[in-house]
Ligand binder design. Structure first.
Ligand SMILES: C[S@@+](CC[C@H](N)C(=O)[O-])C[C@H]1O[C@@H](n2cnc3c(N)ncnc32)[C@H](O)[C@@H]1O
Length: 287
């Protein structure tokens, strides 16, 4: 757990590897980088909020025009790659999505810490007609198979309750998006196909391991050890016979066009808030 910003997951080399594997899982699941309903233009500007290792942006540079301007923002630069390893159209910086964006970015390019705070932040970054693509982990709708896995899930639910990690904002995202003033284009909660369930179980259990480790370190007397032991048992003795999946959730929204002539297809700037808040809503978690 990062001490400075309350992030419940880790940011070391192991955690970065797990995050990159999880990105592959998302890609295999959705099959796209940019949602197919976002019109691709030569002069696009795209920001990823909560960019982590930048893996999504690296992949985006492969499929989008070199003229596309890509920005990665994160509250921490711990997982940023070296600048020299990035193409010139990819820039990154530190920015807290719960705080109003700096005036220089606004409209140019692009428990009250709720998803609405981030959505308002996104709204300020976007020009009229810009898109928000939000890919999120929903752990309030899990697919858990196996008796021991179900027991572990019940234990984890208690732990999250004790430390006030509440995920109910995820299924509420579509409502929130509309309240903030976006047009809701799509909201889908799905389950992984059979061939992806294993990679989700692996990355999810590793993320829970990160979270439990962080919680134990920050509160040694909090009764976390017993859940770590149960997880260790799942990872060793039970691993082949269990499934432990979250539900991949995708939201696509759009800011209202300025006037009639500024329709969706004329929107020049788009922001992607990409799988950020699972772990970014400071009092929440996820992976
Ligand atoms: C689960 S990672 C996702 C990384 C990346 N989007 C991906 O899918 O590979 C969540 C990221 O959000 C960042 N984050 C957490 N709180 C944040 C905040 N308030 N503002 C901006 N970024 C934040 C974390 O530092 C972390 O890198």
């Amino acid at each position: 757990m990062a001490e400075s910003d309350n992030y419940p997951l880790g940011r070391d080399i192991f955690h970065s590897g797990r995050l990159d594997a999880q990105n592959l899982l998302w890609r295999l699941h959705t099959g796209y980088i940019l949602h197919p309903r976002i019109p691709v233009t030569d002069d696009m500007r795209i920001a990823e909020l909560g960019t982590g290792t930048k893996i999504w942006l690296f992949e985006a540079t492969k499929y989008l025009q070199p003229s596309t301007q890509l920005y990665g923002f994160d509250i921490s630069d711990e997982q940023f790659p070296l600048k020299e390893q990035c193409l010139p159209n990819l820039r990154f910086d530190i920015m807290d999505s719960f705080v109003d964006p700096p005036a220089a970015l606004v409209g140019r390019n692009f428990r009250d810490r709720d998803s609405g705070t981030i959505l308002r932040h996104v709204m300020q970054l976007l020009k009229p007609g810009g898109f928000v693509q939000w890919e999120e982990v929903d752990i309030t709708h899990q697919v858990v198979l196996g008796e021991k896995a179900k027991q572990f899930e019940a234990g984890m639910n208690k732990v999250f309750g004790q430390v006030s990690l509440d995920y109910s904002w995820v299924p509420n995202l579509p409502k929130r998006v509309k309240q903030i003033g976006f047009r809701l284009i799509e909201f889908q909660r799905q389950q992984f196909q059979n061939n992806l369930m294993n990679i989700c179980t692996n990355t999810h259990l590793l993320a829970l391991h990160e979270i439990l480790q962080g919680l134990r370190q920050s509160c040694p007397s909090g009764g976390i050890l017993e859940h770590e032991i149960a997880l260790h048992h799942l990872l060793s003795a039970e691993r082949k016979s269990i499934t432990y999946n979250w539900s991949p959730t995708v939201l696509l929204g759009q800011t209202p066009p300025k006037n009639k002539s500024s329709s969706a297809s004329h929107a020049k700037e788009k922001t992607i808030s990409h799988r950020m808040p699972e772990g970014t809503l400071v009092s929440l978690t996820g992976e």
